[in-house]
Design a protein around this ligand. Structure first.
Ligand code: PLP
Length: 408
């Protein structure tokens, strides 16, 4: 019956256990062990943690617009669950496509002003599926060295010629584009906004180079969709290049309700091809109706008004300017990802711990997640933080920074 786990035995299993234990010990020894803090409330600016604190101020979710627990988003999920069931028990092309999936794809394409869109279970899957389906050994892909892991993995899976250019370095990209002229097709791939530094890709310059060297541009908009640009359309809107970026991959799991799911949007024949060839699409279950309901409502809210997207920008500005005035260095510009640069890994860890002791949840990042000597605490601003929440966070940083010598 239920109860004790059954432990497999035998020499191979014993050997595996020894190897795994030793690998786990190495991770602990390197100080890079990741533990998971358990939350016992909904996602939001104020959290309750399991076994302890209530009213914790949360500054580390990708809930940029505060839609993860928005009442209308939750209601839409419940309605979709009631009407369309728990799930499809099928991939899309066998019997996993409901009217809500088609409606959401149409809505995503309209939101981004593109021809068509295709849904995935995650943006990780969208990134894993696109390069292999689109590029052959005759083609080339040029990728920013700091692109997200899922882009790197997606590129690994394809057989195109691979070029890695230095982070946002247009000179290096140009050299690599020149070298790549010998291939049939060139695709420049970049995060629109980079999640570790809060910096935004120079898309105007990238698009100019792409035009000069006859290349296509792909952007991953996970940390931009819904809130960058005057109407929250993303980095391409912010930088005025919506008609120059060919392909957008993004997530439904961050600003757009935060449930799960990802997508590609772009030219219709590309989307048609992905439905035929993209392996994470062809061989994985359809998005659950409740998840579709959340994202669909989030897009409705954003297409009705740009007020939500705009409110986040003001909060971001408040945090960045107050922290800078207090003497901290905040990396990036105008992005709700606000990395408080500290340098030393231990300092980042003890300061993050001390912030939590003051009821403020922020996360320290150090090597190997970020380069050696560039440890930081990443703060993420949300539209649902109040001005008081932000001021409390700045005050706590100032106290903790003085205590630990990060500020004079
Ligand atoms: N791309 C970027 C830049 C991301 O930050 C993430 C999420 O961490 C992903 C892709 C993956 O998105 P998803 O959570 O939908 O798989």
């Amino acid at each position: 019956g239920a109860g004790r786990p059954r432990a497999a035995s035998g020499a191979a299993v014993a050997q595996l256990r020894r190897r795994l234990e030793s690998e786990l010990e190495d991770i602990r020894g390197a100080g890079t062990w990741k533990s998971e803090r358990v939350i016992s409330s909904r996602q939001g600016p104020h959290l309750r943690l399991a076994g302890g604190g209530a009213g914790i101020l949360n500054f580390c979710a990708n809930n940029y617009l505060g839609l993860s627990s928005h009442p209308e988003v939750i209601r839409a999920a419940v309605e979709a669950l009631e009407k369309f069931g728990a799930g499809l028990s099928s991939v899309r092309f066998i019997c996993g496509t409901q009217s809500i999936h088609k409606d959401l794809e149409e809505k995503i394409a309209r939101f981004h002003q593109r021809e068509d869109a295709i849904l995935y279970a995650s943006c990780f899957d969208a990134n894993a599926g696109i390069f292999e389906a689109l590029l052959t050994p005759e083609d080339a892909v040029l990728s920013d060295e700091l692109n997200h892991a899922s882009i790197i993995d997606g590129i690994r899976l394809c057989k195109a010629n691979k070029y890695r250019y230095k982070h946002m370095d247009m000179q290096d990209l140009e050299t690599k584009l020149q070298d790549a002229q010998k291939h049939r097709l060139r695709l420049v791939a970049t995060d629109g906004a980079f999640s570790m530094d809060g910096d935004i890709a120079p898309l105007r310059e990238i698009c100019q180079l792409a035009q000069k060297y006859d290349a296509l541009v792909f952007i991953d908009e996970c940390h931009a969709t819904g809130f960058l640009g005057p109407n929250g359309r993303g980095t391409d809107e912010l930088l005025g290049v919506m008609d120059k970026v060919t392909i957008i991959n993004s997530t439904l799991g961050k600003a757009l309700g935060g449930a799960a799911g990802g997508y590609t949007t772009g030219p219709k024949p590309l989307i048609d091809l992905l439905r035929q060839r993209s392996r994470p699409y062809l061989f994985s279950n359809s998005l659950p109706p409740a998840v579709v309901g959340c994202a669909s409502k989030a897009l409705d809210l954003l297409m009705e008004s740009n007020a939500i997207a705009q409110s986040m920008a003001a909060k971001t500005q408040r945090f960045r300017s107050k922290m800078t005035a207090a003497g901290f260095t905040i990396s990036g510009k105008d992005h709700p990802i606000c990395p408080v640069m500290l340098g030393d890994a231990r300092l980042a860890a003890v300061m993050a711990e001390d912030m939590l002791n003051r009821g403020i949840y922020v996360i320290g990042f150090s090597y190997p997640v970020v380069p050696k000597g560039k440890a930081r605490i990443r703060v993420q601003i949300s539209a649902v933080h109040s001005d008081e929440d932000i001021d409390r966070c700045v005050e706590a940083f100032t106290e903790v920074g003085r205590k630990h010598g990060a500020l004079p």
